[in-house]
Design a protein around this ligand. Structure first.
Ligand SMILES: [Zn+2]
Length: 96
């Protein structure tokens, strides 16, 4: 089967631009990924959680530098990853 989205592209929800590729991503557990996006047309920034698909390229980890984008996305990606972990804990009923 052909993988129609080998680079974890996502669509911008504010302008609609399709096939926006992640600028950075963090691993989330064993098989998850939180990717950060910036729309090239309207500048909207968002994150999206994915299940890692074997064979797909993993986007680069966030670069820690002083640009607004990297600071913003890195913070968002870390926040999403923390929330995803919290949700997994809750859904399993783990005592935190
Ligand atoms: Zn956009």
């Amino acid at each position: 089967m052909t993988d129609h989205n080998p680079l974890y592209a996502d669509a911008c929800e504010t302008c609609p631009t399709y096939d926006v590729f992640p600028e950075s991503a963090l691993r989330d557990g064993i098989d998850g990924l939180i990717a950060g996006y910036r729309c090239p047309n309207c500048g909207h920034i968002w994150t999206c959680g994915w299940q890692i698909v074997p064979g797909r390229s993993i986007p680069p980890e966030p670069i820690t530098d002083s640009s607004d984008f990297n600071e913003h996305v890195t913070a968002r990606v870390h926040e999403q990853a923390a929330m995803a972990r919290a949700i997994k804990h809750l859904s399993k009923g783990d005592p935190a």
